[in-house]
Design a protein around this ligand. Sequence first.
Ligand SMILES: [Zn+2]
Length: 287
Amino acid sequence: MSFAMRLSIAAALVAVAVQTVLPRTAYAQLKPDVPLVCDLCDAWNKDVTPVKRFGNTYTVGTDGLSSVLVTSSAGHVLLDGALPQSAALIDQHIRALGFRTEDIKLILVSHGHYDHAGGVNALQRLSGARVGGSPSTATALRMGTITPDDPQAGFGVEANRFPKVSNVEDLADGQVLRVGDIAITVHHVPSHAPGSTAYTWRSCEGTDCRNVVYADSLTSVAAPGFRFSDDPARVATFRKSIAKVAALPCDILIAPHPSFAVGKTCKTYAADGEARLDQRLADEKKK
Ligand SMILES: [Zn+2]
């Protein structure tokens, strides 16, 4: 066998080996972050089928945690990334609907807690999307944990840890974000978290258009020892945010924990938040 022949056989073998080692994939693979462990994490992360809500709005999250996809021919917007271990499911759901996760141009976050922001880093790494939240939420995303002024901060920095996100933009109240023909409005609603934010947009099927609201959680959950009643200004702000959510143009309501919005309008969702806050304040008075 001539040297040239040996060389060409060797080259052919290398080509086969490269093909075997590097199969051609149709899309980029998501590299997930380390899963978080928490009491509710497994139940929250149970897989569910993605659902078209209306027009270009789809829910692509898990059983207990929302992730919302708004699509356009010029790229998509994703709202919330759930837990780190939810990112792969969200990616699969987006593809199952016939869209590409790489086409996400913008990721928006409701509030900077691990169960809504945990998957954002992996989804940003895959898509290269811009990430935005209210200034307080953006601070939490950059730190990869809760901000010290959060009612749940007393659970500790470590218990609230999630993968840090880089290149996060601060979003102003009332700011409108555009991707293709999508226009999403930012509404600061400090309440459940200091950075809590609702997002609104319109989705259409032909000339039939609906106002969609991704409301943030309005639950007054806190770490042991935290008292809302010690901070009347915080309570007043909370009530203002509840009223703001109640007044949003709202045909379709989606909440960060999907079950909280079932059968509710923005008005009844807000009333529920107010009743829980009143109950919390009454309970604090008894202690
Ligand atoms: Zn939360």
